[in-house]
Ligand binder design. Structure first.
Ligand SMILES: Nc1ncnc2c1ncn2[C@@H]1O[C@H](COP(=O)(O)OP(=O)(O)OP(=O)(O)O)[C@@H](O)[C@H]1O
Ligand SMILES: [Mg+2]
Length: 264
């Protein structure tokens, strides 16, 4: 069953509307990226998906049920959210306690708990840091700790809020291989990111947001070829795409392979 936002609007108590009207559907096992400039409403949108926020107008349904009819804890069992800033999420004084918190809280049997904890540790590469205090770890590793603490819940949907920020090439490789694991499991993944290369290399579907609404939703090749969308979402065209245009080879090429295939 999908996550469905229908004309969802949200205003923070002390601010002007953060989302004006968002209509968006994420199917089971689907993978997509959300892009857009700072303040576009990306984080607010995903917080509506996992029930951390409830819409002020419109509807948000998870598995067909309105989020306003469920508690945040109930929705969080289906849709796991990894915070944009790990320091908003992490609370334990060592990594292992942090990772084991959710399974203990849910009272899973020992065997199941161990299996899921070990798996989350392995696919996020945090095993060398289990005894460390998260506060003492570099930001990039704190992010993977925050991801592991959510993965361990084995939700059907995982939302990653800017996992690429501050990652080096090695971190990006690790993130990609983690996403491969989740794809093989059939876990749906929604990723917010400012890294367009990462989007193109990792996702087929991209949602562009601006001014609290969705301005494009489709295949990367189509969305990134739309000048109006790039302008409104303040996205710079990739160098490869620019070269393909300058050479009048293609308006939709996004990778070196795309361009090479077109050279006569
Ligand atoms: N807790 C809050 N209280 C009041 N206004 C907020 C709050 N959080 C976000 N906003 C406002 O809501 C709008 C949308 O913010 P949101 O965090 O969803 O954007 P975003 O696309 O995730 O941006 P970024 O790329 O900077 O993370 C912005 O105008 C922001 O200033
Ligand atoms: Mg955000």
């Amino acid at each position: 069953m999908p996550i469905e936002l229908y004309r969802a609007a949200f205003a923070y108590p002390d601010g002007s509307p953060a989302l004006s009207s968002v209509t968006l559907r994420v199917g089971d096992g689907e993978r997509l990226a959300i892009v857009g400039q700072n303040g576009a409403g990306k984080t607010t949108t995903v917080k509506l998906m996992n029930g951390l926020l409830k819409p002020t107008h419109g509807e948000v349904r998870v598995d067909g049920v309105l989020t306003t009819d469920r508690t945040t804890a109930q929705i969080a069992r289906i849709v796991g959210y990894v915070f944009q800033n790990p320091d908003d999420q992490l609370f334990a004084s060592d990594v292992r306690t942090e990772i084991e918190y959710l399974p203990r809280h849910l009272g899973w049997p020992d065997e199941m708990r161990t299996e899921r904890v070990e798996r989350a540790i392995d696919i996020t590469g945090i095993r060398p840091h289990l005894d460390a205090n998260p506060k003492d770890l570099p930001m990039a590793i704190r992010k993977f700790v925050a991801i592991a603490a959510v993965l361990v819940g084995a939700c059907r949907y995982i939302v990653l809020d800017e996992p690429t920020a501050g990652l080096d090439a090695r971190g990006l490789d690790l993130l990609r291989s983690m996403l491969d694991h989740l794809r093989d499991d059939g876990t749906a993944v929604v990723t917010i990111t400012h890294d367009m290369r990462f989007v193109i290399d990792t996702f087929d579907r991209v949602v562009a947001m601006a001014d609290g609404t969705v301005i494009a939703d489709g295949r990367c090749a189509d969305v990134f070829a739309d000048d109006e969308v790039l302008h409104r979402a303040r996205i710079k065209r990739l160098i490869v795409a620019q070269i393909a245009r300058d050479l009048e080879l293609s308006r939709t090429a996004l990778t070196v392979d795309d361009v090479v295939a077109l050279v006569p």
